[in-house]
Design a protein around this ligand. Sequence first.
Ligand code: SF4
Length: 419
Amino acid sequence: MRRIEKITPRGRPKLAPDRTRQSPMAPTQPGISVVAGDKVLNRMQESHSTLAAALLDWFATSARDLPWRRTRDPYAIWVSEIMLQQTQVKTVIPFWERWLRELPTIEAAAKAPSAKIHKLWEGLGYYTRVRNLQKAAQVVVERHDGKFPEKFEEVLALPGIGRYTAGAICSIAFNQPTPILDGNVIRVLTRVFGIAENPKEKRTNARLWQLAEELVGRAKEAKDARGKTTSHPLLSSRETNFCSFLNQSLMELGALVCTPRNPQCLICPVQKLCVAFKENRTEELPNLGRREAATARHFLAFAVVWNGKFLVQQRPAGVVNAQLWEFPNIEITGAKPAARELFENIFSIAPPKIQPLCIVKHSITRYRITLEAFLVSLKTFPQKTDGIWKTPAQLHRLAFTAAHKKLASAAVKSILSGR
Ligand code: SF4
């Protein structure tokens, strides 16, 4: 149903509710008088405060002890937020710890060689993130004297930092009431408020941002109203970190309780306020529309060995996984050719032996990729090659894409076992 934007008596724009799905948490009602409008506004603010208080109470007892929650250092929090994009917490922890051990300051990140930052990121995927992280570190050094900026607009202006990440850093590191909206928060808000429209639509997305802003703006009031303290070891500073904890509670609830499938409504701290729970609509929210169908892609790769060394190539700038290393490979789009025939076409040499090595399957965004690899041992040096030759020990020092790292392990193991 179409939603109508109204100007409240206080001049603040807000959204009228879907009448068919009206709930106590709905923002306002169309066609109401000024006095009634004030009442609705007060009720809405109260309900937001109640929700914020419930989230803060739950977070105070249930927050996971994650390493980046033990610091207020904006650099460490920034690195965690970038790593956590598209990547699970348990995967990120060792990467985050290693990154901060190797590059403990913004200056160190700004100056590190490209090969080093790619190696530290190897296995996390989405490598544009690490290149932007370094560019942003360089901007912080050049424009901000190496001190991470505190103003939201300055944080947002850094390479690789969007509205969500800027909001997360400003709230977590500096306790500012900056809203956040990622997949977890969208799921929680659409369910709690019973929002049936697709969150990717502009108007609905703007409404969700507004709700996230209202909630983080209510955090201090909610905390003051409860006046509770906590014995949680991570949250002893709760007295002052209410914006940080409110935002983190939304993310945490989406990650641990309000999960995409089988949400744990019976133990949910905001169950009494949740429209989706009351109306039995958790399965249908959020309404993300139809998913794009997955596309299958097939690659043939060759682990070419000559004189105890492997031929590897570095991906050029401007392509997916730029600057990472891989074995020679080609995408098969039509009928699958014989591996030997394909090899001879590419390298203009007939190998004495070519044998299946491994098949690696993985997914990147909507692509389901199959990488079929062959081990090729050469007796004579092939003239027609792109790339460089590396010993097994040298291979370990290069940053490979995840699929080719598996291929490298299989190839080295195969050679060492004398296959
Ligand atoms: Fe999510 Fe269920 Fe909690 Fe509602 S009650 S926020 S659907 S877990």
